[in-house]
Every structure is written in structure tokens, then in C-alpha cells.
Design a protein around this ligand. Structure first.
Ligand SMILES: [Zn+2]
Length: 431
């Protein structure tokens, strides 16, 4: 009987032991009084983090015009006590949280840019506990969360082993084509781990993304002779050809698994209502985490363009010298990349949640700044800045909710401490 009790007790104790090295290190880190203080700081100051989310979002930051938000954010990083705060050659804001100097360089990053043009009304509307505003979730919240982590580390005087480089980067969205992180990784060859922050779609909890969806983006430009709509009637129109091309692209059928998507996002063309258009263009986006299926759909779209143009020439019986033609330009190439589920960086981030009694959540594939380090072989993940959100890239629908939002920065801070190591407590998990 005694034996049995003893073995039960041992069994229970054993079951409660962390399952792997990352969890053991994370449990030790989370038990430190200074770390407890920093975690409490993040919860207690969530109202400030929320206010910063709104304030950062109020500064327009379209891709390629992030300067005003970057300069504001640099001041915020200085106020948070980071060192060597500066803008680099691409316009990224960099700031360093100094470690003891014996560890790996760990990057914590959030993109500055939004998909919305400079003139967009950024006024926040509050409804049913949600803040509605373009860009509030993607990516103002992440920027505010990153700032909160810097403040919490300093407030609790936490000493990391490796340096943590805070990066508010430009050019993540759209035609930015990961410009900011591409520049960062061209300059710094010593980055050993990369944690990017993005909103978590409609999430309860703070999932970790470890698969990077690749994308290929094209501009198709269609050209023809042009002419007067009455005098020149019978000449083929570049705008009409665009219509045929889009209809053909729209008809492409794709598999559900592996997921692959396509979209004609912007269409332009024509000079006036009474001109046969000499030129039209469209921007096309294709995405998949599976490189082969992505290439297949890319070829189908190229075929659709050629076929749509040929249909137009045939319909109008275009004579030589008066035909429509199409030219395709690659404008975006985001490499697909992926971490193993059991990669140390993934396990570290999941352990950050589990040691706080939260579920370990893995997210589906996304296309983010983390794609680039993944494709270079640098361990990388994307984490949530906290709160729930949705309606991204939709001016009227984008929202963010502050409910339980502090858990995001808390998980991120613990992950960073695990990766960079904590002086006298835990060796860096990033190597
Ligand atoms: Zn984003």
C-alpha cells in the first residue's frame, strides 16, 4: 500500500515535469522573481499598450512611406531605454537590448507598414468591445506589443545573455516584398533566431506560426494599337482583352490541399470613355506553402493571359501590327519556408505558453517577414502581439480586441528570454 502510494506520487511528480529542454529552461526562467515582475508589468500596463496601439495606428504608414511612423517609433524605443536606436539604410528602426555579450543575437520584429494609402481615414470606432480601424491589428498592435516587451524587460532589470535586436521594419506588405527584412539580413549575418509579430486571425489564444506561405506576384501589362472609339472601331482594345484574361483566370480550379490561392488585385487601363484602350494592366498574387503547386498555378495563369489575348485578337480579326500583346513582370517573390514542429524555436515559443498554463497553439501557414529567415535557414517564427482580431486589409472591417491581450506580449517576452538566454539562469536556446 505504501509502495503504491509512493509510486503514484512519483508518477504524478514525473508527469508534472517539463517534457523537454526548452520547457525546463522556460519553467526556470518563468520562476525568476524578475521575470514574474515583468510578466505582471505587462498585464498591469495593458491599458498603456492598448493606448500605444491606437497612437501608433494614428500615424499613416503605407508601404514605401513609413517614415513618419518610423521616426515616431524610434523615439518610443529610445524612451523604452533601448540602445543604439537608429534608422538603417532601408528605413527600418533598430534598437538593441544589451545582453551580457556572450550570447547569440535574437531579433524581435514587427512591420511598420500598412496596406492602406496615405489618405485613408484612420479614425477608430469602438463597437461591442472591438476597435475598428484600418491597420489597428496589422500591424499597430504588434508594434505596441514589441514596445511593451522592451519596457517590461527594463522595468524588471532583466539581463539577457545574447543581445535582443528590436526591429520595426518597412516593406512587409504588398509590393514591399519583404524589403525591410531582406535589407536587415543582407546587413547582419549574425542573427541566430527571428521572432516576427503579426495579428492572429480571429484567435482565442496566441498561436505560433512556423510555416511561411510563399508567394509570386506579377504585373501583366496588355498593349494594343489604341484608337478612337468610333473612327477606330474594329481595333482590339487592351481593356477588353483584360476582361477576357480575368475571366479565364477566374475560371482556374485549384485543389483544396495543398492550399493554393490566386487573386487579381488591381486593374488599371484606358485613357477616356471614347478611346479604344492602348494599354491595361493588372496585379496578380499567387500563394502556397507548396512550391510545386504554386508553380503549377503560375503556369495556368500565364496560359490564361496568353489565351485571353489571343481570343481578343481573334474576335476582332486583328491585322498584323494592330494586335494585342501581353508582357509579364515579376513584382514579388516571397520564398516559401518552414520550420519543423519540433524545431527549438517552435518548442521554445510553445513552452512559453505552457509554463504559464496556456494552450500550446500552432497556426496554419502565413506569408510574413519570417518567410525570409526561414528560406535562409535562420530559425524563425511568427507570434501574436495579443488580443483577437480580424478583417485585415479591409478598410471598413479591420478590428482588434484588447480582451486578454496581455498574454501576447507575455508569451513573446518569455520566448525571447528563452532564445537569448537569461544571465545566471538559463543558457541561450538559440545557437
Ligand atoms: Zn502584417
Amino acid at each position: 500500500m505504501k509502495h503504491m502510494l509512493l509510486s503514484l506520487a512519483i508518477g504524478a511528480a514525473y508527469a508534472a515535469l517539463p517534457a523537454h529542454a526548452q520547457e525546463q529552461d522556460m519553467a526556470r526562467i518563468a520562476a525568476q522573481p524578475a521575470v514574474k515582475q515583468a510578466l505582471a508589468y505587462l498585464e498591469k500596463n495593458e491599458t498603456t499598450t492598448t493606448a500605444n496601439t491606437l497612437a501608433i495606428n494614428a500615424i499613416p504608414a503605407p508601404t514605401f512611406a513609413e517614415g513618419a511612423r518610423a521616426r515616431d517609433y524610434a523615439e518610443r524605443l529610445k524612451a523604452a531605454g533601448l540602445q543604439d536606436v537608429q534608422l538603417d539604410g532601408a528605413g527600418n528602426v533598430l534598437g538593441t537590448y544589451r545582453g551580457s555579450g556572450k550570447g547569440p543575437l535574437v531579433v524581435l520584429a514587427a512591420h511598420l507598414d500598412t496596406v492602406y494609402p496615405a489618405a485613408t481615414d484612420l479614425t477608430v470606432r469602438e463597437k461591442d468591445g472591438r476597435y475598428y480601424a484600418p491597420g489597428i491589428a496589422d500591424n499597430a498592435r504588434s508594434l505596441a506589443a514589441m514596445l511593451a516587451v522592451a519596457h517590461a524587460l527594463r522595468d524588471a532589470r532583466i539581463r539577457t545573455v545574447g543581445d535582443v535586436l528590436f526591429v520595426a521594419n518597412v516593406g512587409e506588405e504588398g509590393l514591399g516584398d519583404l524589403k525591410g527584412v531582406k535589407h536587415l539580413f543582407s546587413q547582419r549575418k549574425d542573427i541566430k533566431a527571428f521572432v516576427g509579430l503579426e495579428p492572429a486571425l480571429g484567435a482565442d489564444g496566441d498561436p505560433v506560426t512556423y510555416i511561411g506561405t510563399g508567394s509570386r506576384r506579377f504585373k501583366a501589362t496588355i498593349r494594343g494599337p489604341g484608337g478612337h472609339s468610333y473612327e477606330g472601331f474594329g481595333l482590339p482594345s487592351a481593356v477588353h482583352a483584360a476582361g477576357r484574361v480575368i475571366a479565364r483566370i477566374d475560371d482556374i480550379r485549384v485543389p483544396l490541399q495543398p492550399k493554393v490561392t490566386f487573386n487579381v488585385g488591381v486593374v488599371q487601363g484606358g485613357q477616356s470613355v471614347n478611346s479604344i484602350s492602348a494599354e491595361s494592366s493588372m496585379l496578380i498574387d499567387i500563394r502556397s506553402a507548396d512550391a510545386a503547386v504554386l508553380a503549377k498555378v503560375e503556369q495556368q495563369i500565364k496560359d490564361a493571359i496568353q489565351q485571353g489575348v489571343a481570343d481578343t485578337n481573334q474576335r476582332w480579326n486583328a491585322s498584323a501590327g494592330n494586335t494585342i500583346s501581353a508582357e509579364l513582370t515579376l513584382i514579388g517573390d516571397r520564398p516559401a519556408g518552414q520550420m519543423g514542429k519540433d524545431a527549438f524555436i517552435v518548442k521554445t515559443a510553445l513552452a512559453a505558453a505552457t509554463v504559464q498554463g496556456r494552450p500550446a497553439l500552432l497556426d496554419s501557414a502565413h506569408s510574413t517577414d519570417a518567410n525570409l529567415p526561414m528560406s535562409l535557414g535562420v530559425p524563425a517564427i511568427t507570434m501574436s502581439g495579443g488580443g483577437s482580431s480580424g478583417g485585415y486589409h479591409s478598410e471598413k472591417l479591420e478590428w482588434w480586441s484588447a480582451r486578454n491581450a496581455h498574454t501576447g506580449p507575455q508569451n513573446v517576452m518569455l520566448t525571447i528570454l528563452g532564445l537569448a538566454g537569461m544571465d545566471g539562469v538559463s543558457a541561450p536556446l538559440a545557437k
